[in-house]
Design a protein. Structure first.
Length: 104
């Protein structure tokens, strides 16, 4: 287990950088993780992040790309543009939710 330093606060993360406690998530945490990924968050990113967080709160699991695409109305191609090279894992990390089932 490691920690991520955000605004003087240590946030516990797994070896892969996923938060161990989703309640420690803040927008500042999201921006820090996104910056590590080389992503500058736009309003469209925040729409996806907010969908993922709400889905997790309601279902107890991170949504798959297919669920994000179908239920949030974001085409898969756009997800790859917003969160390049592994959008499922990246959006989960940035959203403070666990790695989605089926992600390697």
């Amino acid at each position: 287990m490691s920690t991520l330093e955000v605004g003087g606060t240590a946030v516990a993360v797994t070896e892969e950088g996923f938060l161990t406690d989703h309640t420690q998530w803040t927008r500042e945490v999201a921006e820090t993780i996104a910056a590590e990924e080389g992503i500058s968050l736009t309003d469209r990113h925040w729409e996806v992040i907010e969908f993922v967080r709400k889905f997790y709160e309601e279902n107890g699991e991170s949504p798959t790309l297919r669920k994000i695409s179908k239920q949030a109305g974001v085409e898969t191609k756009e997800l790859y543009q917003l969160f390049p090279q592994g959008p499922g894992k990246k959006v989960a990390r940035i959203s403070g939710t666990p790695k989605p089932e089926g992600c390697v």
